[in-house]
Ligand binder design. Structure first.
Ligand code: 13P
Ligand code: SF4
Length: 351
């Protein structure tokens, strides 16, 4: 990430209100009931990411929505019969939902919820980078804007990244990868493919520290270490399992360890604890003093999805301006690599 991009991330965080109001149980129950009513009344469904507030995840489950990783969120929103999607996550997830279901109205509790990977990969600079390497197949991570996806041959999420790059490598293709340099290095290492990386990073995962992780592991010798591949290579090296959010949850279910040290956003503990109440989950240590340390194992943009703004959006016919719109020409181009991602993911599932 360039200094300019780091400044953009800082500026974005400084200009947005990331904290949700603290509500007592009575107020939370009130919001839950009203949101459930509104979802029904508007033929809407709540699609939430594992990193959102546990309250939002529980509500999505209780109202027939879904809590999932970014690939599954995309599938769920596309296949669900509701005419309106409320996407609780970050902006690229809302845009993906809209591109895959242009006939549906897609709202987010706040359009301010973005992602440092998206901010750090502006479409014009990315197009220039692609133009410099016309011989390479362009693979972009789902954590990008619609305009960046429109420039790509493939879109991919972390749950299928290694398999896709391996597949392309076996076709003899050289890869241009964006925007996460850690995930790019990880897939290069796993597949041996020729991968040229954009210099982007997730401010949350980039802060996990190998030294602190080793110290914590020494204190908990029975713990397995679960790491999201957006983390630095030095942290990935220590992992017992590396995977997307859903893969980390599945691994914790499969392993017999009584304790787990988890290097990803702590919102994932809601689902882990729900599925495995007898196991202990600990957040991996972070740098703790970085310039963007509002993250510290908690994505500041995911945290912007709360009960209050979800209800506000649902109560207004036009979602108080928090509706996702994607330029139709961009959407048409972005749909091609997005559909490739869904088809490739479905094919992997069938195997
Ligand atoms: P998943 O694709 O694993 O859900 O991750 C999305 C994300 O934003 C990770 O930081
Ligand atoms: Fe983006 Fe990182 Fe937040 Fe995921 S955790 S949405 S990659 S900033």
């Amino acid at each position: 990430m360039t200094q300019l991009d780091r400044d953009r991330v800082r500026e974005h965080l400084a200009n947005t209100a990331s904290t949700q109001p603290i509500l007592d149980e009575e107020a939370r129950a009130h919001y839950r009931a009203r949101i459930a009513e509104q979802l029904k009344a508007r033929n809407a469904v709540l699609v939430a990411h594992y990193y959102t507030d546990p309250e939002i995840q529980a509500l999505a489950e209780a109202t027939g929505g879904c809590v999932a990783d970014s690939l599954e969120m995309a599938r769920f929103g596309k296949d669900h019969p509701a005419t309106t999607l409320i996407v609780a996550g970050v902006r690229f997830m809302g845009e993906t939902a809209k591109i895959l279901s242009p006939e549906k109205r897609v709202f987010m509790p706040t359009l301010e919820a973005t992602c440092s990977l998206d901010i750090g990969c502006p479409a014009d600079a990315f197009a220039a980078f692609c133009d410099q390497h016309p011989e390479r197949t362009v693979v972009v991570y789902a954590n990008t804007s619609a305009a960046v996806k429109a420039r790509a041959d493939w879109v991919v999420t972390s749950s299928i990244a290694v398999e896709l790059i391996d597949y392309l490598d076996r076709q003899g293709e050289k890869i241009l990868w964006a925007p996460d340099r850690h995930l790019g290095a990880y897939v290069r290492d796993k597949t041996g493919a020729d991968v040229l990386c954009w210099d982007g990073e997730c401010i949350v995962h980039d802060e996990f520290q190998a030294k602190g992780l080793l110290d914590l592991k020494a204190l908990h010798p029975q713990a397995a270490v679960l790491v999201h591949p957006e983390s630095p290579a030095s942290v990935v090296e220590i992992a017992d399992v590396v995977g997307s959010t859903s893969q980390l949850i599945a691994a914790a279910q499969k392993l017999d360890n009584p304790e787990f040290i988890v290097a990803t956003d702590r919102g994932i503990f809601y689902k882990m604890q729900q599925l495995m109440p007898d196991k202990i989950f600990m957040a991996a240590p972070t740098a703790g003093n970085g310039a963007t340390c509002r993250s510290c194992a908690s994505c500041p943009w995911m945290a912007m999805n709360g009960l209050e703004n979800t209800l506000v959006v649902l109560k207004d016919a036009n979602g108080c301006g928090q509706e996702i719109h994607v330029d139709p020409a961009i959407a048409e181009r972005a749909l091609v690599p997005l559909n490739r991602m869904l088809d490739f993911g479905a094919e992997l599932k069938r195997r």
